[in-house]
Design a protein around this ligand. Structure first.
Ligand SMILES: [Cu+2]
Length: 162
């Protein structure tokens, strides 16, 4: 039920804003999930509480990479790709969900659906991978949007090079 309400809310939000300003709800841009057979580079990232070993990333338009994200921390971490504005919107949704969680209305399925659209969530001690094909996008960054983590520095700029 929460998930359904979330999507309805996202549609209302999208209708109220110019399409170019934000995607619908939590949809993140910067490319799409890629095919394993097209991977030309592996990007290893270690997450700790609260930092990424990767500080910034240079990519080419159309390049397909595999992210291998290892969590050496005690907290869960995520690595998501999106624009600065999309991450800000996503963090707001994450905070709202955490609030609902505190009041017992939590819904893990909706959180997982959000996180997996453009990256991974990694439990402590685990490693998760995802394949991504980049598409040239302005103001793109990778980040962990779990409340407080981005603010602590779990983010980095993604630059498109020729
Ligand atoms: Cu984190």
């Amino acid at each position: 039920m929460l998930l359904r309400r979330f999507f309805v809310g996202a549609l209302v939000l999208a209708a109220a804003m110019p399409a170019s300003a934000h995607g619908p709800g939590h949809a993140m841009s910067g490319g799409r999930i890629g095919q394993a057979g097209k991977v030309t580079r592996v990007i290893d990232v270690v997450a700790t509480d609260h930092a990424f070993s990767l500080k910034s990333l240079d990519v080419r338009d159309g390049e397909t990479v595999r992210f291998v994200v290892r969590n050496d921390g005690h907290d869960s971490h995520e690595l998501l790709i999106g624009t600065v504005a999309e991450h800000a919107e996503h963090r707001k949704m994450m905070r709202d969900m955490m609030e609902r969680q505190k009041t017992g209305q939590h819904d893990h399925a909706s959180m997982a659906a959000m996180a997996h659209s453009s990256g991974v969530t990694v439990a402590p001690g685990q490693t998760a991978t995802f394949v991504w094909t980049f598409a040239r996008t302005s103001n793109l960054e990778f980040a962990c949007d779990i409340p407080g983590h981005y603010e602590d520095g779990m983010k980095g700029v993604i630059r498109f090079v020729k």
